[in-house]
Design a protein around this ligand. Structure first.
Ligand SMILES: [Ca+2]
Length: 226
């Protein structure tokens, strides 16, 4: 301890002053492959590699960016044999990513939604529930590039993402399909999914700033007490 006082004390102090500006970043992108959402909802896990600190490094902040392309097919068939009808179809996608189980937080870490709708006219029932023909329609709908962002510097979050393993983030998706027709006698179908990626950015403080912060307090105390 004695040898690093004097000029070195000043050097460490300067290191602290400039160290914070030298925060480094590490970015991890996890691809989310095409996933269908059943009517009861989808539940999965996203495995994120933890930040593995070298000696003296520690996390100061984590940024999350979720980028999703939603896709779906929706169909309508008028089952009334004698009446044509105007109809409306509306699809809403919803997606959430949470912190690992056990982490307490109000609401999800990331959440997003998108809605697409169509209106149309269908003739009297053509005898086949195929969402085609004079009484049926099928539509492909999409909402691309939907994004959500989150940042945490919470100590328990930083601890959960530090180590040599992975953090598993629960991901949940569901949808709401809304169909309406004048005849009130219809059939509809929904085929819904999503794909995209989650990018996690670790901001961390490298040596010597990290260690210097721990050293500077006791060092100054020790020096002034002499
Ligand atoms: Ca038909």
């Amino acid at each position: 301890m004695r040898r690093i006082c004097g000029p070195m004390g000043v050097a460490i102090l300067l290191g602290v002053c400039t160290g914070w500006a030298r925060a480094d970043m590490q970015q991890i992108t996890v691809a989310i492959p095409g996933t269908s959402i059943p009517s009861e909802g989808y539940h999965g896990l996203l495995a994120i590699a933890q930040f593995a600190p070298a000696q003296g490094e520690y996390l100061t902040q984590i940024d999350f960016e979720l980028a999703i392309d939603f896709a779906g097919m929706m169909g309508f068939e008028n089952l009334n044999p004698s009446l044509s009808t105007f109809f409306k179809l509306e699809l809403t996608w919803l997606l959430e990513v949470d912190l690992p189980a056990g982490e307490e937080r109000e609401g999800p870490l990331l959440d997003m939604s998108a809605t697409r709708g169509v209106v149309g006219l269908a003739g009297p029932f053509d005898g086949a529930v195929d969402f085609a023909g004079p009484s049926g329609r099928t539509y492909a709908v999409a909402a691309n590039g939907v994004a959500a962002f989150a940042t945490t510097a919470d100590a328990s979050d930083l601890a959960a993402f530090t180590g040599n393993g992975v953090v598993e983030l629960p991901i949940a998706g569901w949808f709401e399909g809304f169909a309406q027709a004048q005849t009130d006698h219809e059939s509809d179908f929904w085929d819904v999914g999503f794909a995209g990626e989650l990018t996690v950015t670790y901001t961390y403080v490298p040596e010597p700033a990290g260690l210097a912060l721990l050293l500077i307090g006791p060092l100054l105390l020790w020096r002034f007490r002499r």
